[in-house]
Design a protein around this ligand. Sequence first.
Ligand SMILES: [Zn+2]
Ligand SMILES: [Zn+2]
Length: 404
Amino acid sequence: MTSEPIVQLYAEHLLNIRTLTLTASLSTESTPLTKAKISADATTLTLSHEEVSATIHLPKAIEGGANAVLELPKQATKDLQLRLMLEEHNHRSHLIKDSPAKNGALQEDNWVPWSAPSLVRRRGKFSCRNCGTAVLNNSPSSGSVKSIAPPEDTITLWKDLPNENWAEMMDFWHCHKPDTEDGIHDEAVHTKGYAAGSKIQAIGGMGFVDIAYFLLASDDCRSIKTKPDNTLHCKQCAAEVGMVDERADGYRVWKWALSYMPFDTNLPPGNHAIVKWISALFLFTIENQGVRKIAVHDTANTSMSGLLLWIFTPDLTFSSSYQPPNSERLDPTRAMKVFWQDFVTQTGEDVESTSVEEVRIPSRLYVELQGALEESKNILPVKSQVFRGWNVALLPRFQGNEID
Ligand SMILES: [Zn+2]
Ligand SMILES: [Zn+2]
């Protein structure tokens, strides 16, 4: 704890609001020599205090920003708060695409990578994110070669799952749990989903695309083995990569368990931060269930413990002078603000109520989620880390420049 930073900066910008809130946490009280200055190109802000300085990236133009020296409160304090006006035009344009491809029932800006339209435009292979073993080839056929039967383990056509698929999406959450005694609840989910006529069957050579998984024919997937609990695992490294979908007679392979490598480059396989897939799933859930609170369990953990999340602000951008080791974070970072706490339910008690959606996620996701929640303590100012008994955290979201 001796290496506490002398100056830590955090800036937050809410959607549709023209002010940027800047917080500086100092280890000693501010003095008349404490200075905050905006860079000549108005992209960064630096605060100097006791011969130490910290810098953050700004989310866009601050009004009259270039080279500006900001007026700080005269009173000595360890917690400086400033509100800065942003110029009105397009201050989120670098984060949000101008004309998003709409993806079913998703709120317009809950985009995720590897949608069907993006996959039909390229050729490459998906591999196990953990060990690099090839799982699936992507080689969309152009019209002229359609008559040639595609080889196995090659996808030649991609389709986004239909809009009304949300019921099956919820089914994904609810079915993938260790105990199968929750029959009444599940039955309701199933009836709803299939009454809507949205039953999907896996088809060889075709990939159905959901937010977080591909639905594939089992013959198209290489190096995958099944376990008795219907989970799918990489044959090489045993990482969990999906689950059997018995109703669709296929495999659901998690996008977040894969990397993608185009055939025509020497680039290393690409993937996306796992926590962003989690954020997309939570956003989808609150959007479709009309709730803001989610009780999250680890599928591999049969105890009644879990994480209770309250999605407080679904969309904001932040900048922080804290960079975790090996982080590729490039501020401003798009995120949602969540309040969270650990919880343990008593035997027989049901967390689920009209205002809380209960979900179960694979261990790999659960661990990532826990890590991201804890990591936020380093990003947020000390005074903003707790709110009325809840921990506060930031969960990064997919940004426009990541969507392909
Ligand atoms: Zn593997
Ligand atoms: Zn079910």
